[in-house]
Design a protein around this ligand. Structure first.
Ligand code: NDP
Length: 253
């Protein structure tokens, strides 16, 4: 990393998948800012060279202020990764308004606010890349209504922003990860609402993703080899989305 290195902002970048995305982008030569509520791993003495700026992505004025301050201090933001996300597991009939709203606020409103704040600056300069983190849950997932709904909406927002800004030098794409053993998944396992064996049996690759594999897809989507990609969602899921999950009872002859 050099003082003239391009700048990447990763929301929710102080933990979990966001941390691995930041480490990967540091390796790619970026100066990385983890914009997160608490310092997390950025304060743990890790040697990844990741800066931390306090941000709650659901707060419109804070989003605008933090993006303005990052640019004033470090220079133009070249890359935004909209990674911050939360989940609440509950049947639709039992969901509270607070649970629904909390997930929509972070996973959809937060993504929109950061995309707009970074995108406005990128469009004005005619250059930039944005990657939004969706999920395989976007296809619909029982017990995860706000999560599935917001992750599907992120795909729609990605396609729309990708189309609006494709001719203005700004590329917007998404990565939809399968299961990774980080916060959103671990919370479900710890609370007993997710069962690891059931999940592994449903994944054609028969294993969870490593966060570094999600980071590799982000690296590709912000790099020059994806320069003709706009508005796409890349599934990094061990084959989950291409198999509807009911195996044959017997191996065909
Ligand atoms: P983690 O909980 O490990 O990390 C998410 C980070 O986002 C945390 O540091 C969290 O901070 C932060 N965050 C939460 N709310 C806000 C907010 N309002 N403003 C700023 N930062 C916030 O989650 P994962 O790494 O597991 O998930 C990262 C992304 O990947 C999410 O969008 C998730 O939906 C997606 N994803 C995850 C999958 C998985 O299996 N883990 C699968 C598919 C998609 P705090 O700890 O303070 O809440």
């Amino acid at each position: 990393m050099t003082p003239t290195a391009p700048i990447a902002v990763v929301t929710g970048g102080a933990a979990g998948i966001g941390w691995d995305i930041g480490r990967r982008l540091v390796g790619d030569g970026y100066r990385v800012v983890a914009a997160d509520r608490v310092p997390g791993l950025t304060a743990a003495g890790e040697e990844a060279d990741i800066l931390w700026r306090e941000l709650d992505v659901t707060d419109p004025s804070a989003v605008e202020r933090v993006f303005r301050e990052i640019e004033a201090e470090l220079g133009p933001i070249d890359v935004l990764v909209n990674n911050a996300g939360i989940q609440r597991h509950r049947a639709i009939e039992d969901l509270t308004w607070e649970e629904w709203s909390a997930v929509v606020d972070v996973n959809l409103h937060g993504v929109f606010l950061c995309l707009q704040a970074a995108g406005r600056r990128m469009v004005a300069r005619g250059a930039g890349r944005i990657v939004n983190i969706s999920s395989i849950s976007s296809r619909g997932s029982a017990g995860r209504a706000p999560y599935a709904t917001t992750k599907a909406a992120v795909i729609g927002l990605t396609a729309t922003a990708g189309a609006e800004w494709a001719g203005r030098g700004v590329r917007v794409n998404a990565v939809a990860p399968g299961y990774v053993d980080t916060g959103v998944f671990r919370q479900g396992i710890d609370q007993g609402t997710l069962d690891l064996d059931t999940i592994l049996n449903r994944i054609p690759a028969r294993r969870l993703a490593d966060a570094s594999e999600i980071a590799a897809a982000v690296s590709f989507l912000v790099g020059p080899d994806s320069r003709y990609m706009n508005g796409q969602t890349l599934y990094v899921d061990g084959g989950f989305m291409v198999d509807y999950g009911i195996p044959l009872a017997k191996r065909p002859q």
